[in-house]
Design a protein around this ligand. Structure first.
Ligand code: CA2
Length: 154
């Protein structure tokens, strides 16, 4: 069974309670529940984790190698600062999709650069919570295609 790890970075636990004009009214629990539901429909195991701590995210990424086939990540502010998270994802060699609720390219200059963008399959941003669901679809499609390619090669 395909298994994916969903990672949410700092302050995303506040979703739904503050700044709804930027990030929408949906809560993180609602996003996680919808992702779990999408996973059930598609036969994909979905495990989610939110942390405000860079090291905890790095630990989760390192552990993902043993349990998961891909990573869906909104690294939040660490997107723009964390070489450690980038290095951890690159080291796992797991396919990853980067998502953002807001369109980071339409916001302040410092949000335009992502340390993750060069090492992920792709980035989806600007669609609110739908960025996560689109990202989930993109990652699962990628993993299923790779699985099918491997089956043909056998
Ligand atoms: O648009 C996104 O998903 C971001 O990753 C969100 C980050 C931000 O630093 C990135 O540039 C873009 C911020 C997450 C903070 O979330 C909050 C939610 C509610 C209230 C306050 C913060």
């Amino acid at each position: 069974m395909i298994s994916i790890l969903v990672l949410h970075g700092p302050n995303l636990n506040l979703l739904g309670s503050r700044e709804p004009s930027i990030y929408g009214a949906v809560t993180l629990s609602e996003i996680d529940a919808r992702l779990a539901g999408l996973g059930e429909k598609q036969g994909v195991q979905v495990d989610s984790l939110q942390s405000n701590h860079e090291g905890a995210l790095v630990d989760a990424i390192q552990s993902a190698v043993e349990r998961h086939h891909g990573i869906l990540i909104n690294a939040a502010a660490y997107t723009h600062t964390s070489v450690a998270i980038r290095d951890a994802i690159a080291a796992t060699k797991l396919p990853a999709v980067e998502v953002h609720l807001s369109n980071i390219h339409r916001r302040e200059e410092f949000r335009h650069h992502s340390y993750l963008a060069p090492i992920v399959i792709g980035q989806i941003c600007g669609f609110g919570a739908n960025s996560y669901y689109l990202g989930f679809h993109a990652l699962v499609t990628y993993l299923k295609e790779k699985q099918a390619e491997r089956a043909v090669a056998l």
